[in-house]
Design a protein around this ligand. Structure first.
Ligand code: SF4
Ligand code: SF4
Length: 150
């Protein structure tokens, strides 16, 4: 199993192609609020960009917080979302230590599913799929402008 990592954010130009690819191809809706990966400035227009996305925690706090089983842990890291079970309570988003669960206006959660479909859309190869480590700490992926997320 592999997981998505934003390991070369020093190359990011902030085009948001990854977010748009995710919204369009994975979540089937072209909306900023429906992407599993978000790109933002790391502080100013000259300082680069950082990516926020699921770290594939094991165990996953979002899964433990979900009262209905709508979030379950994916083998190898990351989560599987069953939308039909979701009651829009927002507990998953509250529990995520890196703010990687996004809620749309209706309270529906959107999160990276580590499918890798965004990877070829990045013009500067900032993103890659890596072998899933067994466990991840709850580090925020800020600072990735200079760090390897490995
Ligand atoms: S808590 Fe956040 S980072 Fe951890 S598995 Fe869930 S969505 Fe991913
Ligand atoms: S891996 Fe898939 S779900 Fe995750 S951000 Fe990329 S396209 Fe979206």
């Amino acid at each position: 199993m592999k997981v998505l990592r934003a390991s070369r954010m020093d190359r990011c130009i902030g085009c948001h192609s990854c977010s748009l690819a995710c919204a369009r191809m994975v979540h089937k809706q072209l909306s900023w609020n429906k992407a599993g990966i978000r790109i933002k400035s790391s502080g100013g227009i000259t300082t680069g960009f950082e990516a926020t996305l699921c770290l594939a925690c094991d165990p996953a706090p979002c899964v433990l917080a979900c009262p209905t089983g709508a979030f379950s842990q994916r083998r190898g890291g990351g989560v599987v979302v069953k939308r039909e079970l979701c009651i829009q309570c927002g507990k998953c988003a509250e529990a995520c230590p890196v703010d990687a669960v996004y809620l749309d206006a209706g309270g529906n959660p959107f999160v990276c599913i580590h499918c890798g479909r965004c990877v070829p859309f990045c013009p500067h190869t900032c993103l890659e799929m890596q072998d899933a480590p067994h466990a991840h700490t709850s580090q925020k992926m800020v600072g990735e402008v200079t760090e390897d997320a490995g």
